[in-house]
Each structure stands twice: as C-alpha cells, then as structure tokens.
Design a protein around this ligand. Structure first.
Ligand code: PLP
Length: 393
C-alpha cells in the first residue's frame, strides 16, 4: 500500500493558522485593544429575504408526502439549471441547461474537475492566486508553471507566444488582487488556448461584483471561449451562500479534446461521484435568479462595494499603490516603506489593531503586498479607516 505522494508535497496551510496565532498572542498581551478584521474572505450580511422564503417553502414541501423529494438529478434540478441559463442569456451568452452542472460550491468543483484531465498535463497558475489551484494540482502530482502578476502588468498577466501549458486557471475578478481582465485581454487568453488546444478553467466566483459594463462577467462573452473554457462559479459571494453551499460549473458541448466532449466526461464523473445538492438549497439558489432575488443580492453587493470604495479612497489619501476594490471585494496594496507582507501585518496589528492578510500567503509574487477585504460590517470598516488614516509611513 502506498499513499498518494502528492499529499507529502503540500506546504502546511499555515497562513490563516499563523494569522490566528499572532492575533491571539497580541490580544493576550493587550486585552483592552479592540481588533478589527479586514482580512476575512467570508461574507457578513445575512441571506436575502426572497432566498429565505424559498428555502422555508422547500423545507415545508419536504415534510409533506405529496411533495417530498428524494434523490434529484446529480447535475442539479432543471428549474435551477434553466434559471442559470436565463441569467447567462441576460449577459448575451446562450447556454443549454445540459451545459450547466449544479455543485455545492466552487471549491469542490475546482478540485473535482481535475479528475477528467490526465496527470501528465502541465498546469499554468497565476501567482498570486487562490491557493486551491496550487494545492489540488500538487495532490494530483501535476507539473505546475507559474505566471507572475506584478505591478507592471497590473496583476493581469497575459500569454506570450512561447508560453506552453495544457490547463490554465484564470480568476477574474481575482482573489487576492481584485484585478479584472478586460474583454480584449481575455480574448488573448482564449486565442492562446485555442491555438494550443489548452483548456482554461475560468473561476468567476466574484463576477457579480463587476459594475463596469465594459468588463466581461463570463468568459463566454469572448469569441471562441466555448471551445476552450470551463467556467466555475459560486453563489457564496454573490448571494451570501458561504454557509448554504451552492455553485455551478459550465461545460459547453462545443468543448472537445482528443475527439471527446468534456461535457460528457464531466457528466460521467458527477453521476459517479456526486449525488447532487439538496432540494432546499437549490430552491434558495433559484430564488437568487428571480428579479426580486437579483435586486436583493445586488443591494448586498453594493454594500460591500461601498466598503471597498471607502477603503480605496483612504489608501489613495495615504498615497499607497493598490489595485482592485472597484469591480471586486478585494483590495491589494503594496506594503509601505518596502515592508514585507508579514512585517506589515505585524505593524498593522500592533500599531492599529487591524488584521489583514499578508500577500505572501498567495504565492511568491505576493511578498511585499497585502490583501484587505470589503466583506466586513460598515461600522468596522469605518473604525478601521479612522485608525488607518493616521498611518505614519
Ligand atoms: N474561487 C475563489 C477565487 C474564491 O475566493 C473562493 C472562496 O473564497 C472560491 C472559489 C470558493 O467558493 P465556494 O464557497 O463556492 O466553495
């Protein structure tokens, strides 16, 4: 018996553990100092009323013999898949409901989708990035190449003609940087992928934060993308579903490699290893895509974006370089005075009682940068900013 050696190659998930430990030590020594957290990636606003009502009704249906439901389709109920197709139609993207697969969140599918690709594929991951891309590929023993996000490329690296890879992750709006690719930039990625028959794994978990109508909220808004991209999305940040758990993955029928439709492989994978998302949750998710649901979730998103705007203008006043924060809930700033990520973390904690996330936790290129999130409560954001404006650099 041999264990999967990939697991031994994983780095310890020390980032949030180390943050927690540092905060605990500081509070033990300074019990009267109030800590404000601007580092969490979790939402703070409750679910929209229309979503709660839909789930209550669904729970009631489950309690009556005439309306009780057992197993549903592994790929999700048609009512939700069709609601998602209508949502995409509103963006000018035509999908059929057999191209949409309902999941219990984007994280699961980002890991699970790798089942349908051979281990010998080379994967390209932008640095800095959401750590799940790296860790799931290390577990699968896949060779990883990194593409650097830098101040020079606005943390939106683009493919060069000599760049070679089989799978590439693109996350836009990006976690941790909040940077968003333009249509022209995504077109460069799609053209590059079509040229090499590579596959793009497009993570659109933060698409609902895009306000600028010029920016694409789905890769399928770009010509040719259905022939080279899988899109993975989530209701976690769109509708406060981090605890409810629901997302979806789009695998277009046109996406064919080695003569095989990836949609069929993914269907086979899901019907074998996954038994679907709960009926109650899918009814709640369906409510998100009603006009009322879209309006209510938009209000929550506006609240977070206002937080982001407040944080951004404070950073502007301080003269710090940052990106994100306009069409994304993340603000990615350069640590002042040449400080390292952890050095700045300690400085903010000790001088101001503010907790953020050191950029180094998202990859080598994150060193010297820092992530703030807009998911906090307004009163916490305002109190943090009152302290931050006194920052002496
Ligand atoms: N993708 C990105 C870029 C994320 O930041 C997150 C969560 O923070 C996810 C996916 C996972 O979302 P979910 O809650 O749907 O698993």
């Amino acid at each position: 018996m041999k264990i999967n050696p990939g697991f031994l190659n994983l780095k310890d998930r020390y980032l949030f553990a180390l943050i927690g430990q540092k905060v605990r030590e500081y509070t033990a020594q300074n019990p009267s100092q109030e800590i404000i957290r601007l580092g969490i990636g979790d939402v703070t606003l409750p679910l929209s009323p229309v979503v709660v009502a839909a789930m209550e009704q669904a729970a009631e249906e489950m309690g009556r013999a005439e309306t009780f439901r057992g197993y549903g389709d592994e790929q999700g109920y048609p009512f939700l898949r069709q609601a998602i197709c209508r949502y995409y139609a509103g963006k000018g993207v035509n999908l059929t409901d057999t191209e949409v697969f309902i999941s219990d969140g984007a994280k699961s599918d980002l890991g699970n989708i790798l089942d349908i690709f051979a281990a010998e594929n080379t994967v390209l991951i932008q640095d800095p990035a959401y750590p799940v891309y790296v860790d799931t590929n290390i577990m699968a023993g896949r060779q990883i190449k990194f593409l650097a996000g830098t101040v020079q490329n606005d943390f939106l690296p683009l493919p060069s003609p000599d760049l070679e890879a089989d799978l590439v992750y693109i996350c836009s709006p990006n976690n941790p940087t909040g940077a968003v690719y333009s249509r022209e930039q995504l077109q460069q990625w799609v053209d590059w992928a079509l040229d090499r028959e590579a596959v793009i794994l497009f993570d659109s978990a933060y698409e609902a934060f895009i306000q600028d109508p010029e920016l694409p909220t789905s890769i399928y808004e770009v010509e040719g993308a259905k022939r080279c991209a899988v899109e993975i999305c989530s209701l976690s940040k769109t509708a406060g579903f981090t605890g409810v758990r629901c997302g979806y993955t789009v695998v277009p029928h046109e996406l064919v490699r080695e003569g095989v439709a990836l949609n069929e492989l993914w269907f086979r994978r899901q019907t074998t290893k996954f038994n679907g998302v709960s009926y109650i949750v899918q009814r709640g998710a369906e409510a998100v895509f009603t006009p009322e649901g879209l309006q209510q979730t938009r209000e929550s998103i506006q609240y977070y974006l206002e937080n982001a705007r407040l944080i951004s203008s404070a950073l502007e006043e301080l003269g710090l370089w940052f990106t994100g924060g306009r069409n994304a809930p993340y603000i990615w700033l350069q640590c002042p005075g040449g400080m390292g990520s952890w050095e700045f973390f300690d400085y903010l904690l000790h001088q101001y009682g503010i907790v953020g996330t050191p950029g180094a936790g998202f990859g080598q290129q994150g060193e010297g940068f820092f992530r703030l999130t807009a998911f906090g409560r307004r009163e916490d954001v305002l109190r943090a900013l009152e302290r931050l404006v006194t920052l002496s650099l």
